[in-house]
Design a protein around this ligand. Structure first.
Ligand code: MG
Length: 380
């Protein structure tokens, strides 16, 4: 045994290209020897910088319009390899450049010698403060990108997922006048499923306008906008006849009893979005909704997202993978999980003018993963 130990240590300090996990006695540290970089004693270094995403179109929800989204770009460097991460902070979720910078300033990754102890590292990050899910996601994504690169494999492969099983992504058609809506639908021709935000007084008009120009499936996001469950059920029956395939968060996340009633009677799957944030919430929405919309910025990153997807599938629930306005960094990270999802809503990077990464592609409407390691991105 000690011969083998010595052999591995020597190998690590000389040549070769394998990454080898080596357990050594308690008096020595457990190290991963990246023999290319002679990694003994390496530590992870965290860097971050604020960035402002420029939106192609004014983004309007409820009483709020904006043309930019603040993000924080993170990097974790170890042994000369850099993992990239991102926090996206749409204002209505409460995080900001300042809150994310404050959180990241408290993180000391040098206490971990081994980036592969992901569970310990994520638990440590989670223990720093409650909430701060986008900040946490930026670290989680960078760590996954780093470890995938150290292993020279993309995460969908490390998770054992089949890249040919990625779903089509939906593309959101924003509320507008009928003429503009028709024009937006024409411009979204490559997408095989459209997403429409409902919950105002012109819901049927919006769907009919889209149906006057295309027959592609539609999914509907009500963002808690319907107040009455009988009306909601009537509406879902009508939508089912219009080729709508599922309904996202039709009523308030607090209306648990109404939602369970509606889901049981609904002819279409009903997905939880606002009602489910992270791993701890999945159990509570079983039997209240048909499935969950998982977003990295809500749940704290890829690790929690993967756990949520596995939990939901184990309970027979549907899985959707969604996003905020993000660069190709966070979108590509989410896309690694997408073979597990029934539906994807990963159009956030398509809505901005100043993406600094190349990553996952949408080909004929389908999420299309590359074999690049980690989360599969490169700097533009
Ligand atoms: Mg939603």
């Amino acid at each position: 045994m000690s011969d083998r130990r010595n052999f591995l240590k020597i190998t690590g300090l000389t040549a070769g290209s394998m990454l080898i996990g080596v357990s050594v006695p308690a008096s020595e540290k457990v190290v991963y020897i990246n023999s290319k970089a002679a990694g003994l004693g390496s530590t992870m270094k965290l860097k971050f910088r604020p960035y402002e995403l420029q939106l192609k179109h004014v983004f309007t929800i409820a009483n709020n319009s904006r043309t930019t989204t603040p993000v924080m770009l993170t990097e974790i460097e170890y042994d000369g390899i850099t993992g990239y991460g991102e926090a996206s902070m749409p204002p209505y979720l409460g995080e900001s450049h300042k809150s994310v910078a404050d959180f990241l300033s408290k993180v000391d990754l040098t206490i971990f010698k081994d980036p592969f102890q992901t569970e310990d590292i994520i638990s440590y990050i989670d223990s720093i403060a409650i909430g701060n899910y986008a900040a946490k996601a930026s670290l989680d994504i960078a760590l996954h990108d780093l470890t995938g690169k150290l292993l020279q494999q993309p995460w969908f492969k490390l998770w054992g997922l089949n890249s040919s099983k990625t779903p089509n992504t939906s593309f959101t058609i924003g509320m507008d006048t009928p003429e503009i809506v028709k024009q937006k639908v024409h411009e979204a021709e490559i997408f095989k499923i459209l997403k429409v935000k409902l919950g105002r007084d012109n819901d049927k008009e919006m769907i009919s306008t889209i149906r006057s120009v295309t027959n592609v499936p539609i999914c509907v996001d009500v963002n808690q906008g319907w107040k009455d469950r009988e009306m909601a059920l009537d509406m879902i029956h009508w939508l089912a006849l219009q080729g709508v395939v599922f309904i996202e968060q039709p009523m308030s996340k607090h209306a648990v009893e109404d939602m369970a009633w509606l889901t049981e009677k609904s002819p279409l799957p009903v997905m939880a979005d606002e009602a489910v944030q992270t791993v701890h919430d999945v159990l509570a929405v079983n039997k209240v909704y048909s499935g969950i919309n998982i977003k990295l910025m809500k749940c704290g990153g890829m690790r929690n997202a993967y756990k949520m997807a596995c939990m939901a599938k184990t309970m027979g629930m549907k899985v959707m993978i969604g996003c905020m306005t993000e660069t190709s960094c966070a979108i590509s990270a989410a896309a690694q999980l997408s073979p597990l999802a029934d539906w994807a809503d990963l159009d956030g990077n398509l809505l901005i003018n100043n993406d600094i990464y190349d990553g996952v592609k949408i080909v004929d409407g389908k999420v299309t993963l590359s074999d690049l390691p980690g989360i599969g991105i490169s700097l533009r």
